[in-house]
Design a protein around this ligand. Structure first.
Ligand code: NAD
Ligand code: 2HG
Length: 409
């Protein structure tokens, strides 16, 4: 009798970077018990050796999944980024190998927005410098350069999930909001879209960055842009470390051009809590430096654990790719009593007809078929009788253009 269910204990998960235990619970509850969870990131040969043997890997922002790493990950079928950003993953290298990448696009949005607002208030009051002085025995009781947040203009660069959440919270504190985005966005509340980044920089008392890491955002706050900010204004970056020229920022803080800065993300971040943090900003009392913890709250991490683990389970159980970041999205029904074949192929003419020819020529009846494509990849899901699946997989795997073909039981 052909098996209708795979022993889930044979499916290996590797979770890195201290992913919240909520993810483990989801996996265990779904029957996936072969899970190794490590608290740190892996890199180099150690990462390649570990990933060679696993079907699913879970990471946060530190683990770099490069072309070379994917080449070593022969069994890998999906990656879960337990965070928002996916810049640490070579998404094309994954897609070309039929590896689906998921993330949690909204789970830590609120946590980042709250941190940014808190930092804005503290910097406007000069608290970081006063706090640092007090720790050294100083007493800086003064209202000089201390301001309320009410009535100030917040300039949000990148009006996406975090930017818009922040916009609403900032207005509730009596701020005016101006934003800059490459796309035309519907302003929430009384927010206004600036004509350009320079237009925003000329108006904002606080500039906060919420853009993804892209070639176009690399160094977007350089020496010229920092010089274009209002004298005595504040820069906050909780997006990615490549967006700000840190040397230019350090000079602006030292020279008193800016009142302060809060930086959560850095061009080079320590690999673990045991490694030393180096930055030209160290020692500047008017800079709040945080170790990439914008999304690190118990609430956000627990939600992210659930969300991404559920996406991995759905993909493993029935092939659903809804909200994948690099792959055609298909929401699939259950397939009781049938086997399900997942066929990933290059999106070139002729593959689909070749697939259907296999069924016609071999007299295999199709119980259900689903297709989605993007510009590079086609994803066909076929439900069929249990007895026919071995032959079908063998034949479908031989079709030119096939990237990957496997059966779910
Ligand atoms: N510090 C942290 O812990 C933390 C937590 C979550 C997210 N992040 C970072 O924050 C980024 C933003 O998150 P999000 O959920 O708001 O993303 P999002 O995709 O919802 O929004 C990003 C916005 O930036 C805009 N944008 C892209 N390129 C731009 C450019 N060159 N100039 C102006 N606008 C541009 C987009 O149009 C979009 O509106 C993430 O990509 C991630 O890197 C950091
Ligand atoms: O948890 C992390 O390591 C990254 C958090 C944040 O940068 C994100 O992209 O969600």
């Amino acid at each position: 009798m052909t098996k209708t269910s795979l022993d889930k204990s044979k499916i290996k998960f590797l979770l890195l970077e201290g992913i919240h235990p909520s993810a483990l619970k989801v996996l265990h509850d779904a029957g996936y018990t072969n899970v190794e969870a490590l608290s740190g990131a892996l890199e180099g040969e150690e990462l390649k050796r570990k990933i060679a043997d696993v079907h699913f890997v879970g990471i946060r922002s530190r683990t770099q999944l490069t072309e070379e790493v994917f080449a070593a990950a022969q069994k890998l079928v999906a990656v879960g980024c337990f965070c928002i950003g996916t810049n640490q993953v070579n998404l094309n290298a994954a897609r070309e190998r039929g590896v689906v990448v998921f993330n949690a696009p909204y789970s830590n949005t609120r946590s980042v927005a709250e941190l940014v607002l808190a930092e804005a208030i503290l910097l406007l009051r000069g608290v970081p410098a006063k706090n640092a002085a007090a720790h050294r025995g100083g007493w800086l009781k003064s209202a000089e350069n201390a301001y309320e947040i009410r009535g100030k203009t917040l300039g949000i660069v990148g009006y996406g999930s975090i930017g818009t959440q922040l916009s609403v919270l900032a207005e509730s504190l009596g701020m005016q909001v101006v934003f800059h985005d490459v796309a035309t966005k519907l302003p929430l509340g009384n927010a206004r879209q600036a004509a350009s980044l320079d237009d925003l920089l000329a108006q904002a008392d606080i500039v906060t960055l919420h853009v993804p890491e892209l070639p176009s955002t690399h160094g977007m706050m350089g020496a010229r842009e920092i010089a274009a900010m209002k004298p005595g204004s504040i820069l906050i970056n909780a997006s990615r470390g490549t967006v700000v020229d840190i040397d230019a920022l350090a000079s602006a803080l030292r020279e008193g051009k800016l009142l302060g800065a809060a930086i959560d993300v850095f061009p080079v971040e320590p690999k673990s809590n045991k490694d030393e943090f180096s930055s030209p900003l160290r020692g500047l009392d008017n800079a709040i430096l945080t170790p990439h913890i914008g999304g690190s709250t118990m609430e956000a991490q627990a939600n992210i654990g659930l969300e991404v683990a559920e996406k991995l389970v759905k993909y493993s159980d029935n092939g659903t790719t809804t909200s994948a970041v690099n792959f055609p999205e298909v929401a699939l029904p259950a397939h009781p009593g049938k086997n399900r074949i997942l066929h990933v192929h290059h999106n070139v003419p002729g593959v689909l007809s070749a697939i259907n020819l296999v069924f016609a020529e071999n007299g295999i009846n199709i119980a259900g078929q689903y297709l989605r494509t993007d510009e590079k990849v086609g994803y066909v899901v076929i439900d069929l009788d249990v007895e026919s699946s071995a032959l079908a997989v063998e034949k479908l795997s031989q079709i030119p253009g096939t990237i990957r073909c496997r059966v779910l039981f």
